[in-house]
Ligand binder design. Structure first.
Ligand code: DX5
Ligand code: ZN
Length: 235
């Protein structure tokens, strides 16, 4: 059996579930609670049937925290947004594989040329094969565990084999990319995803929805680390 020792557990609250009337204090709450990254969901009303916020909001919150900003572009034309988000303070920019091979190739190189980390995201109905040609050039695979567009949806269990596929690629080919999950992530689904090989846990309602976010992050991290430890023992 090929051994995959996994990777550092990252807990990333999604700002989409924050109280938008108090955005600044919500950002600080996430940092104080021990978050590793802040996940920022950008929706254009075309790629997904919802609109969230843009670079001006990201720029406004950038001075409030040192947390890395993980910008998830659910947009039909991400190319027009890469520079604005890079300038606004993104550290990692994730685009969707559904945009097609050439489009994605161009986006990856553009994100790299801006000096940012690159993520590639796959929706629940989309096969993993579209990710494969880009594996060498990305820093993270983001497996959507709900259909994107809205927070608070239930986790789709059928996405678990995709996480396992990503883990197998990483182990077989000795890549270092992170494996992230996004959508319906709570304590139960964290365990399932970690067991399948995820190491980045993005959660909106599961963390911002908790009064005690610090306790929730601590618990989510412990669950993920325990599963990772189990996996390495059997590997
Ligand atoms: C879904 C977004 C997610 C969302 C997750 O379209 O990409 O990041 O904020 O929200 P929860 O954790 O509430 O499912
Ligand atoms: Zn997201």
């Amino acid at each position: 059996m090929i051994k995959d020792s996994g990777a550092r557990v990252v807990i990333a609250p999604s700002l989409l579930a924050a109280d938008f009337t108090r955005l600044g204090s919500e950002v600080k709450r996430a940092q104080r609670a021990g978050a590793d990254w802040l996940h920022l969901d950008i929706m254009d009303g075309r790629f997904v049937p919802n609109i969230s916020f843009g670079p001006a909001v990201v720029k406004a919150i950038r001075p409030l925290t040192q947390l890395p900003f993980d910008v998830h572009l659910m947009c039909e034309r991400p190319e027009i947004l890469l520079e604005p988000f890079a300038e606004a303070g993104a550290d990692r920019i994730t685009v969707h594989v559904e945009l097609g091979r050439q489009h994605v190739t161009d986006l990856i190189w553009k994100i790299r040329s801006l000096g940012k980390r690159v993520g590639l995201c796959v929706n629940p109905p989309t096969a993993m094969e579209g990710i494969e040609p880009h594996l060498r050039h990305i820093d993270s695979i983001l497996v959507m565990t709900v259909n994107p567009g809205f927070g608070g949806q239930p986790f789709i269990t059928e996405t678990l084999p995709k996480i396992q596929r990503a883990r197998a690629w990483r182990a077989e080919r000795n890549y270092k990319f992170a494996i992230a999950v996004d959508g319906g992530i709570n304590f139960q689904t964290t365990a399932e995803c970690a067991e399948s090989g995820a190491n980045v846990f993005i959660s909106g309602t599961g963390l911002f929805g908790e009064r005690n976010m610090k306790g929730a992050i601590k618990k989510m991290r412990a669950i993920a680390q325990a599963q990772n430890a189990n996996c390495s023992r059997v590997a």
